[in-house]
Design a protein around this ligand. Structure first.
Ligand SMILES: Nc1c(C(=O)O)ncn1[C@@H]1O[C@H](COP(=O)(O)O)[C@@H](O)[C@H]1O
Length: 159
């Protein structure tokens, strides 16, 4: 079981960190690579060719601006691809959001929010939990944690 986290550029690193934190919390093996569909198209093809043999079960692609990375990887692979639009330009990430989410039919990319590193990690865990029951249990515990956090917010209301 492995998740591959692919960034279009090292400038997307802070978003990748948020994803990795989640994957580590759930003890999921991962790899991180910089591959650009624009700048290194050959590497994108090569990565997808090897991905399944290397035990990758979910691909997470982070890209800003004209964010074609997730779509290209999805076009090359039958693995689920989660796209994280990165806020990296003068357009506040709306450019990346639209170019990640607006895929033509036949090639879905599960797109999370702009800079949504955590949710991309969690979505990957949820996908894997269909196959690995231990992860399902861990996700249930995570939900309990979330509930506690909201209860604490209510406990500290002070108007
Ligand atoms: N959108 C893409 C792709 C791609 O889609 O292949 N490759 C790089 N990029 C994005 O360009 C932005 C600026 O990159 P630089 O800072 O390296 O110029 C980054 O957010 C990257 O993800």
């Amino acid at each position: 079981m492995k998740v591959s986290v692919i960034m279009g550029s090292i400038s997307d690193k802070e978003i990748a960190k948020k994803t990795i934190e989640i994957l580590e919390k759930f003890n999921i093996e991962y790899e991180v690579k910089v591959i650009s569909a624009h700048r290194t198209p050959d590497k994108a093809v090569e990565f997808v060719k090897d991905a399944e043999e290397n035990n990758t079960e979910v691909i997470i692609a982070i890209a800003g601006k004209a964010a074609h990375l997730a779509g290209v990887l999805a076009g090359l692979s039958t693995l689920p691809v989660i796209g994280i639009p990165a806020k990296s330009s003068t357009m506040d990430g709306l450019d990346s959001l639209l170019s990640t989410v607006q895929m033509p039919k036949g090639v879905p990319v599960a797109t999370v929010a702009i800079n949504g590193g955590e949710n991309a990690g969690l979505l990957a865990v949820q996908m894997l939990s269909l196959k690995y029951p231990k992860l399902k249990e861990a996700l249930k515990e995570y939900k309990v944690e979330l509930k506690k956090q909201v209860e604490e917010m209510n406990g500290s209301l002070n108007f």
